[in-house]
Design a protein. Structure first.
Length: 399
């Protein structure tokens, strides 16, 4: 997570035996070599892997366990560690040096990536996240790696579900993080998410091998090996939403809403989302929707669209708006409003002769029984609409 301006973190060489905020509870076993090897097994054929290591307990465990796994292989990927110094805390540079030293002890190359330039006064965590993935993407390409490994755990998945639930996410948003997904950086659109494999068309992939593992087990792994880690105080800073949600998790767990239950909800939502997306593909084929590219327009039969179940027509409309629009991702609430108004205009004993709305830089028009979604004309006042964004068409149902 992003480190905000704070007092310096505890040194990486802090005494593990003293416990602290990340001390493992009793009864949670460290990750053994065989168990850890199964988490990395699907990556053994790759030429290189970039490990994102901040110096906290989760990513330090990623560094150690990945190095152990690679050492046990006759042949396998070259491992390169990278630490992003956002320049926001006095202790960050020292933490990066400590990670570099540990990586050197493990026989791995290490690079410190620095976020330079002005920092925003608002939206700091979002900007830091974007900068982090941009820097990791650059480092991965330089290392010849198509896959970046992060140490997101089941606890992080639970926080993500709560975070998105609080923001009114749909099914796709509540599916949380996937084990393998495109690296979230701007640029050429990657192919659809797939199991980890070789690079294709320059695509970069984010792999989260610990997504089903409790954080406490990673902490226990380091404690058992006597390996220290850094403590980032921003992870407990109540100014940040994720920090507040993290503080709520113990109380929720006492009521039965544990991290495991929230992660299970994410898995079920992901399964439902995949089924819905498959149904949308069939609907798109039935309505002869063309392949969508940024800036593309499409015209379909309104009668066929309105007969579909509400969730499917919402998702299809979202795809069309996201492709034609010029103003970035479609907000789910606004998409729902337009879809409901459009469905009402299409249905009933006297369908509307004409319907027109703009949404996210797209124009949605119903005329003569045909539904057309196309880039909206430039606004009459102010600047012209921005050009269609590069990269994959976003999924509006994730917001």
């Amino acid at each position: 997570m992003c480190a905000a301006c704070d007092p310096p973190a505890a040194p990486l060489a802090a005494d593990l035996t003293a416990g602290g905020a990340d001390a493992p509870p009793g009864g949670l076993a460290p990750l053994g070599g065989a168990e850890a090897a199964t988490l990395f097994a699907g990556l053994a054929h790759l030429p290189a892997l970039l490990l994102a290591v901040s110096g906290g307990p989760d990513s330090t465990a990623l560094l150690v366990l990945a190095a152990r796994w690679r050492a046990g292989l006759d042949a396998g990927p070259r491992l390169v560690a990278a630490t992003v110094d956002h320049g926001l805390r006095r202790g960050a540079a020292a933490e990066a040096l400590a990670v570099a030293a540990l990586a050197g002890d493990l026989g791995l190359a290490h690079h410190t990536l620095r976020w330079t330039g002005d920092k925003p006064a608002a939206g700091l965590q979002e900007a830091a996240r974007a900068a982090r993935y941009r820097l990791l993407a650059e480092a991965a390409r330089a290392a010849g790696a198509a896959h970046v490994l992060t140490a997101h755990t089941r606890d992080d998945q639970a926080e993500t579900v709560l975070f998105r639930l609080a923001r009114g996410s749909g099914v796709a948003g509540l599916a949380g993080m996937a084990r393998v997904s495109p690296l979230p950086v701007s640029g050429p659109a990657p192919p659809p998410a797939r199991p980890a494999g070789g690079a294709r068309d320059g695509a970069l992939w984010l792999v989260r091998p610990f997504l089903d593992i409790p954080k406490a087990r990673l902490v226990a792994t380091l404690a058992a090996a006597g390996i220290p880690w850094a403590d980032d105080p921003s992870n407990r800073d109540p100014r940040f939403t994720r920090s507040r949600l993290r503080g709520m998790l113990p109380g929720l767990a006492a009521e039965g809403l544990s991290a495991a239950r929230l992660a299970q909800l994410a898995a079920r939502m992901r399964r439902a989302d995949a089924a819905l997306e498959a149904a949308v593909e069939r609907l798109a084929a039935d309505l002869a929707v063309p392949d969508l590219r940024p800036g593309a327009a499409a015209t379909i039969a309104a009668a066929g669209w309105v007969r579909a179940p509400a969730e499917l027509r919402l998702r299809l409309l979202g795809r069309l708006v996201a492709a034609a629009g010029t103003e970035g991702p479609v907000e789910l609430g606004k998409l729902e409003d337009v879809a409901e108004a459009l469905a009402a205009a299409c249905a009933g004993p006297a369908p509307a002769a004409r319907f027109r709305r703009t949404l996210a830089g797209a124009m949605v028009t119903l005329s003569g029984g045909r539904l057309t979604i196309e880039p909206a004309p430039p606004r009459r006042h102010g600047r012209n609409a921005a050009p269609a964004p590069a990269g994959p068409v976003p999924n509006p149902t994730e917001t």
